[in-house]
Design a protein around this ligand. Structure first.
Ligand SMILES: O=C(CO)[C@H](O)[C@H](O)COP(=O)(O)O
Ligand SMILES: [Fe+2]
Length: 217
């Protein structure tokens, strides 16, 4: 199991501290949420912040673009330090072209789907993807409640990935915590994104350790 803490829930006044926490922990990836106020009704942070974070960590930067027309910014996010770039199916008119662009730029590609989007829409593009990000809340905000239908989506997608002999990862994002982590992994999730349940925990380092331990059971 891979753990990708989301910096959306970190203290933005002390991002160096958040980087130190993740660097000195068993967290696998930095999950970085970029919002444009158009695709989602919120604006988070963008290129200059990610460039600065890049100087503070060697870990994989998993950038979740919640933006319209992501093709306009793919190379800029690569230059800022993204290793994996995930775009939303609902924000792409030519998804295959956008995924090819990301891979041609030397990054791995992910596609995210909103809670209402069926996983079947991804079947034809799975071989090109490093990961599928299944949103388990409506994108735009941290700290929302997990949507239980996600389990079924993970199970169906996992079956398809296995049937085709692919190694595409399934990442789950939104409302993930220590109470649902085990069930998500049992359903077939490979990567758990955790914002609130890591950075707003009483002891974030202990929360990361507990997630990783849950992944070993
Ligand atoms: O993509 C996101 C929101 O759109 C975030 O990654 C997600 O919400 C993580 O935060 P939390 O764990 O607090 O739900
Ligand atoms: Fe995210």
């Amino acid at each position: 199991m891979l753990l990708a803490p989301s910096l959306l829930a970190a203290d933005f006044l002390h991002l160096q501290k958040a980087c130190d926490l993740l660097n000195n922990s068993a967290a696998d990836w930095f999950h970085l949420d970029v919002m444009d106020g158009r695709f989602v009704p919120n604006i988070s942070y963008g290129l200059p912040v990610i460039s600065q974070l890049r100087k503070a960590s060697q870990k994989i930067f998993d950038v979740h673009l919640m933006i319209e027309e992501p093709e306009k910014f793919a190379s800029a996010f690569r230059d800022a330090g993204a290793n994996n770039l995930t775009v939303h199916l609902e924000a792409c008119r030519h998804l295959h072209r956008n995924v090819q662009q990301i891979r041609d730029l030397g990054m791995t590609a992910g596609v995210a789907i909103n809670p209402h989007t069926p996983v079947e829409l991804l079947y034809d593009i799975l071989p090109d993807l490093h990961l599928v990000l299944i949103m388990s809340v409506n994108p735009g905000f941290g700290g929302q409640q997990f949507i239980p239908h996600t389990y079924e989506k993970i199970r169906v997608l996992k079956q398809r990935i296995n049937k085709k002999g692919l190694n595409t990862l399934i990442e789950v994002d939104g409302g993930v915590d220590l109470d649902n982590a085990r069930q998500l992994l049992d359903a077939g999730a490979d990567v758990l994104v955790a914002g609130t349940s890591v950075f707003r925990a009483k002891d974030p380092a202990a929360a990361i350790a507990a997630f990783k331990q849950t992944g070993q059971k």
